[in-house]
Design a protein around this ligand. Structure first.
Ligand code: AMP
Length: 416
């Protein structure tokens, strides 16, 4: 059976999942961190027969193979100078570990690309002109698109016969109407620079919305959904007729709700005020908004929701950070219910959404006005696909682990 690789390349990391398609069986998944360093960390998990829908992927650190209850784990620490070497190493290792016998077994590679602008409203087979556009869109995602393009080129070199597909994190949001994606700025900035809302996490929002319809035994076309992707980055999307009609992230992933280290929405004039008073350069300020704000900035102790929940009873800052996090999410949900004129289900996904029982509880309890009732016992789980609202709840609350890799592999399959 054909094998498809779903790839997510970051500036210093590479995550992949190898799936047998169309059976959607995961054969291996892995991550290389610290690319460019003398002590890059490689982890490859393999040797188990899992269905892609059931897989929760998370990486860990440490050159050996261990047997775990879920299969085997290869770990190594070595010098990896660049992405080309990283990809070369992964493919060699897949053959050494007997996961594949020959590179040609991999017939498709799907790449997650962060910014697709207005050019890409669906996934595409990568051609020279597509690659050139991904390069040009680096203006919109300077940290990500260059790494994504590098990953595509490196895989093309090693697997010239495999179908190369770009899956954009913004495509799903291209269905937003103009009144929702346009900022109230002089119109010429939109026409000149494409200054508008593009959103993010589209692959994840798309995947969980499809699963929600399956769980509810309804057609996506008749549902109003609000999907909460709550990880280190957090975004909320209003979905009607299976299409994104509004989302909380904007021109960049900085806007919307409070995140691990990103501020979310801030009055722009406050940014200039703080810069002036603190004597900060533009780069300094952008760094503060992206890396030092959010849960970390408010709590002053951690960007990790687990740490904050652990100490919130004794630490006022931690408690405040959790309150602000929940409050911003509840506000966006209210806004989207108003925009859609109702909602059928609210969906929780990603690190916090899948694992934090108290955060889900705090959010749902604030929504009782809209007819959402939490099933406390059903909510007492992590990382499973399950309904967490009561049978009587007018609006459903669903916990759906995201699976961006599977979504990417399906996109590759659909373009074969
Ligand atoms: P992601 O970006 O989807 O990998 O999610 C990462 C985030 O999930 C981290 O910032 C953690 O704070 C959060 N997270 C993971 N497990 C838990 C948990 N049990 N409770 C609260 N937050 C969690």
């Amino acid at each position: 059976m054909a094998k498809t690789m779903a790839v997510n390349v970051g500036s210093s990391s590479l995550k992949f999942q190898l799936l047998e398609m169309p059976a959607e069986r995961v054969i291996a998944n892995g991550v290389i961190e610290r690319i460019g360093m003398d002590d890059a960390i490689v982890t490859i998990k393999y040797g188990e027969q899992r269905s892609a829908e059931q897989l929760a992927v998370h990486s860990e650190d440490n050159a050996h193979v261990t047997h775990t209850k879920n299969g085997k784990k290869y770990e190594n620490i070595l010098a990896i100078k660049d992405h080309q070497q990283a990809i070369n190493f992964v493919l060699q290792q897949l053959t050494t570990l007997d996961i594949i016998q020959d590179f040609n077994e991999i017939t498709g590679v799907g790449h997650r690309v962060v910014a697709g602008g207005e050019w890409f409203n669906h996934s595409v087979v990568v051609t020279d002109s597509v690659l050139e556009k991904i390069d040009r869109l680096s203006d919109y995602a300077p940290l990500h698109n260059p790494a994504n393009a590098m990953g595509i080129r490196a895989f093309q070199k090693l697997l010239p016969n495999a179908l190369s597909v770009a899956v954009f994190d913004t495509s799903f949001h291209q269905t937003m109407p103009k009144e929702n994606y346009l900022y109230s700025l002089p119109y010429q900035y939109y026409t000149r620079y494409g200054a508008r809302k593009y959103g993010a996490h589209g692959i994840s929002h798309h995947y969980v919305s499809q699963r929600a319809a399956v769980m509810m035994n309804r057609n996506l076309s008749e549902l109003k959904l609000i999907t909460l992707h709550m990880g280190a980055g957090v975004s909320i999307t209003a979905i009607e007729d299976g299409k994104s009609i509004d989302t909380s992230m904007g021109f960049s992933p900085l806007s919307g709700v409070t995140m691990a280290t990103r501020s979310g929405d801030v009055d722009p004039s406050l940014v200039y005020y703080i810069q002036e008073h603190e004597g900060l350069s533009n780069d300094d300020m952008v760094n503060i908004l992206n890396k030092k704000s959010g849960l970390l900035g408010i709590s002053t102790i951690s960007s990790d929701m687990r740490d904050l929940l652990d100490v919130q009873d004794t630490n006022d800052h931690a408690q405040l950070a959790v309150k602000i996090f929940v409050n911003r999410i509840v506000k966006y949900i209210g806004q989207y219910i108003a925009e859609m004129g109702g909602v059928d289900a609210i969906i929780f996904t990603a690190g916090i959404g899948e694992n934090s029982i108290p955060v889900r509880q705090m959010i749902i309890e604030r929504l009782s006005y809209f007819g959402i009732e939490l099933d406390v016992e059903a909510n007492n789980v992590r990382g499973q696909e399950v309904e967490i609202s009561t049978a009587a709840s007018r609006v459903k609350a669903l916990l759906i682990p995201t699976n961006e890799e599977l979504m990417i592999a399906r996109e590759v399959e659909s373009l074969k």
